[in-house]
Ligand binder design. Structure first.
Ligand code: 1CP
Length: 340
């Protein structure tokens, strides 16, 4: 299926584009009343994510309603631990929770390397339905968590401000840490390959907890595994978004991927200098800028666009859109990019 709007893919590959493509991290599951209506028709996030027709519907909503240049498949990064044998629950208003966690090498017996097609068939089915329904209007982004971020949830059992248990284990049980990270990496490669086979046009790795590691541990316990994933996936463009990993930008410039995501703390000119000219940069408006008036949102967006001007760029926020942002402000952001 030929894409009618392939701006995202061309921008990722560093090919000429008529204008900068734009999408938003977390565009599918947070801000739209139309999303909440679908969400309320089921028991919760997990049922929604595991019902391919509904997952496809909420994936496409931001394309129809907001006019973004890409869709991202509705799922979560935590489907990987579940597919490896560690199920999670989504606790209303609190987030993910794992009844059982992994703490030492003995626990690895509970786990298996996930097969992307069999263990995650509901995501694969949702991608196929979405691709058909999109009919080439915009590219579909597949995604997974980066191994370190998934490891952090598997050890901790929930979200955490510090993920101190997960960080402690890197010091106390480095061998076990590497064994678990390798199992997550192998599962993620299988999963991303299955997503691509089903129709994903580009894939993104989310390393949401990159910024809590010291640089040496980031290199040893995160980048090493991200690098394996980038090397294993060759058929579509890859984006790596490592939130808070300002200290690793030079190293990220050497990954076998096309795009590096910037968070809003990362200076644009400085990041370009560290990462180099042969990567596309994605980002990086402060999500809080969307609390401003229409005029203020447009001005902040134009300031960001000016700073990326003339180099490879995919416009986005510096992290996920906040749940209480008005869809109208999101539209101002999108239209300002598209008219720039
Ligand atoms: O929002 C979308 O565009 C839909 C797809 C999507 C994506 C890309 C969801 C649905 N989750 C994610 C990624 C994700 N999930 C990340 C990486 C991006 C980021 O940093 O924001 C992370 C860290 C998670 C883990 C997660 N899932 C959290 C954070 C927990 C913490 O540590 O504080 C939470 C709250 C969830 C739940 C979740 N995921 C997605 C939705 C729609 C929800 C809400 C669940 C509900 O409706 O009850």
């Amino acid at each position: 299926m030929q894409l009618k709007n392939d701006l995202l893919i061309r921008a990722a590959l560093g090919q000429p584009v008529e204008r900068t493509p734009v999408w938003l991290m977390r565009q599918a599951g947070r801000i739209l009343p139309e999303y909440r209506a679908v969400r309320e028709s089921v028991s919760g996030f997990i049922e929604l994510a595991q019902t391919p027709e509904l997952a496809a519907e909420v994936t496409i909503q931001p394309v129809d309603i907001l006019g973004v240049d890409a869709a991202i498949i509705f799922s979560d990064i935590l489907v990987i631990p579940e597919a490896m044998g560690l199920p999670y629950e989504m606790v209303e208003k609190r987030g993910p929770w794992f009844p059982e966690t992994v703490q030492s090498a003995a626990d690895l017996k509970k786990l298996r390397i996930a097969d992307g097609v069999d263990d995650l068939s509901y995501v694969i089915e949702a991608i196929k339905i979405t691709k058909k329904a999109l009919n080439g209007r915009v590219p579909l982004i597949g995604f997974a968590g980066a191994p370190w971020t998934i490891f952090a949830y598997m050890i901790e059992g929930s979200g955490s401000k510090t993920f101190s248990k997960a960080r402690a284990i890197l010091y106390t049980q480095p061998k076990f840490s590497h064994q678990l990270l390798q199992m997550i990496t192998d599962s993620t490669i299988n999963y991303l390959k299955a997503q691509i086979e089903a129709g994903a046009d580009l894939v993104q790795l989310f390393d949401s907890w990159a910024g809590i590691l010291p640089p040496n541990h980031y290199e040893e316990f995160s980048l090493k595994y991200i690098s394996q994933i980038c090397d294993a996936i060759q058929s579509v463009p890859k984006t790596v978004f490592a939130k808070g990993a300002f200290f690793a930008r030079e190293a990220m410039g050497k990954l076998d991927c096309q795009t590096i995501g910037l968070d809003w703390n990362m200076g644009i000119a400085e990041s370009r200098a560290m990462i180099g000219m042969d990567k596309t940069l994605q980002g990086n408006l402060d999500p809080a800028a969307l609390y401003g008036s229409d005029k203020e949102v447009a001005a902040a967006t134009r300031l960001m666009m000016e700073q990326f001007k003339g180099t490879r760029h995919i416009a986005n926020l510096g992290h996920g859109v906040y749940p209480d942002i008005s869809p109208d402000k999101v539209k101002v952001f999108i239209e300002t990019v598209q008219n720039f």
